[in-house]
Write a protein that binds this ligand. Structure first.
Ligand SMILES: Nc1nc2c(c(=O)[nH]1)N[C@H]1C(S)=C(S)[C@@H](COP(=O)(O)O)O[C@H]1N2
Ligand SMILES: [Mo]
Length: 201
């Protein structure tokens, strides 16, 4: 005879307190892209910091990788309902990028831009103080092209669509401007703990 437990209550799944509402745990690493994976040679790669239309600084792959490097391990949550725990990233914190540019943040909002034409908006406060990284490595290996290599934004505390793959720049904007998915019905902020999936959530 098989018993289901002494109390009859359903067991609490492990790590339940790390899974936001409406999410489930995965152990693989799904690939989600709006289009095909771009082929990007590191020799041609550049990253541009802009204030509005004005370029402030541009880094080559070599100059970018000479910036101070940081690693962090974080849980990530995709709006399609998967969550993955303890993902390990290494790269350049947005803090260190802004410091290298010698730029005092001119506005409270940014858009991340990518080589595939993708964009997404993230408030400055969500990218600074160690919260946002431009990652070049995942799990100790150079970031795979399907996951955004050579480099992607990682903002783990927001739904994963905010983590722009194949990033090629950050742009300060005067107002909070919608990016690719935000223009198509997704939430302007995207906090998984408040289930901010769609525009009016
Ligand atoms: N440039 C770009 N970045 C992107 C996307 C995209 O289509 N293009 N998809 C987003 C979405 S919806 C998600 S869930 C994550 C998926 O990242 P992954 O493929 O590494 O899991 O990337 C985000 N970043
Ligand atoms: Mo997504």
């Amino acid at each position: 005879m098989v018993t289901r437990g002494f109390t009859g209550r359903r067991p609490i799944p492990p790590y339940a307190d790390r899974i936001p509402p409406g999410q489930h745990l995965v152990h693989d690493f799904p690939v989600l892209s709006a289009g095909p994976t771009p082929t990007l040679a590191r020799a041609d790669w550049t990253f541009t910091l802009r204030v509005g239309p004005r370029p402030i600084k541009r880094w080559t792959w070599e100059a970018f990788n000479a910036l101070p490097r940081t690693a962090f391990t974080r849980d990530i949550h995709c709006v399609t309902t998967w969550s993955k725990l303890d993902t390990r990233w290494e790269g350049i914190l947005v803090d260190d990028l802004l410091a290298d540019a010698g730029l005092a943040p001119p506005t409270e909002y940014l858009l991340a831009h990518s080589f595939d034409g993708y964009s997404t908006n993230v408030p400055l406060a969500d990218l600074t103080l160690g919260r946002g990284m431009i990652a070049t490595h995942y799990d100790e290996e150079p970031l795979a092209p399907d996951h955004g290599g050579p480099a992607r934004l990682v903002v783990p505390h927001l739904y994963f669509w905010k983590s722009a793959k194949w990033i090629n720049g950050l742009q300060f904007t005067t107002r909070d401007e919608a990016g690719f998915w935000e223009l198509r019905g997704y939430h302007m902020y995207g906090d998984p703990w408040r289930e901010q999936r769609y525009t009016d959530d």
